[in-house]
Design a protein around this ligand. Structure first.
Ligand code: PGA
Length: 254
């Protein structure tokens, strides 16, 4: 079975003590993870090192950066590179979150570079895609997401694509409490897989985990994750509450 992933995206929330408490509570919940199940916790950069000591021996748990630079070093004040993350032992990074696309003007071309930097350093990108409300209302969401994938990922070799996790996050569902219906999620995830299939073939398309993000909650995760092409979720708000995120982890396909 494909990897099933519950990924937390804390965004710019929680102090370090609050974050430590949250991770400890999650660990104490002692959720048995199967080999195909994984928990990723996307935390602010300064928390990566202190929290790593808590999760490093926990089976199936990993920390994740929320971004990485498109360049490796140099005069880029405030940026953090793939080399730096690797030197901390971090293996995962979110890239292309819609908040960064919107507020930091990140383009598909820039995200292609970020993807390359991560892969060159053996990190795993969690690549976010998804359409804004006006595109959904215009009915052009399938081609919009297809363009995001093509322009940021389709230069990759088959070998490289195997290391990608995709997160489909319709922007109109992020932080709004307005979840996509299970049908809307499944339809888009199936579309994403068919786009991958055209470029990379069936075997590879069937290997890539595609997560859903956008108001995933403890009470809708099972239904969403139960869809055949939904391989878990990228979770914002509900990942800040230990009991809720624990319930979301328990909703991964067994
Ligand atoms: P949300 O955020 O779960 O709060 O909607 C999801 C995300 O932005 O990754």
């Amino acid at each position: 079975m494909r990897q099933q992933i519950a990924a937390a995206n804390w965004k710019m929330n929680l102090t370090l003590p609050e974050g430590e408490q949250l991770v400890k509570t999650l660990i104490q919940a002692n959720i048995p993870l199967k080999n195909h199940q994984r928990v990723l916790i996307g935390v602010p950069f300064p928390y990566l090192v202190p929290l790593q000591s808590l999760v490093k021996d926990i089976h199936g748990f990993d920390l994740m950066a929320q971004n990485c630079a498109a360049t490796l070093n140099g005069a880029y004040t405030g940026e953090v590179s793939a080399t730096m993350l690797k030197s901390l032992g971090i293996q995962w990074a979110i890239i292309g979150h819609s908040e960064r696309r919107e507020y930091q003007m990140e383009s598909n071309a820039l995200l292609a570079q970020k993807t390359d930097r991560l892969l060159e350093h053996d990190l795993y990108p969690v690549f976010c895609c998804g359409e804004p409300l006006q595109i959904r209302e215009a009915g052009t969401h399938n081609s919009y997401v297809e363009t995001q994938l093509k322009e940021s990922l389709f230069h990759l070799s088959e070998e490289a694509l195997r290391r990608i996790v995709i997160a489909y996050e319709p922007i109109w569902a992020i932080g709004t409490g307005k979840t996509a219906t299970t049908e809307q999620a499944q339809e888009m995830h199936k579309h994403i897989r068919s786009v991958l299939e055209k470029q990379y073939g069936t075997t590879l398309a069937n290997m890539v985990p595609v997560l859903y993000g956008g108001s995933v909650k403890a009470n809708n995760a099972s239904e969403l994750f139960g869809q055949p092409d939904v391989d878990g979720g990228l979770v914002g708000g509900a990942s800040l509450v230990a009991d809720d995120f624990a319930a979301i982890i328990r909703s991964l396909k067994a």
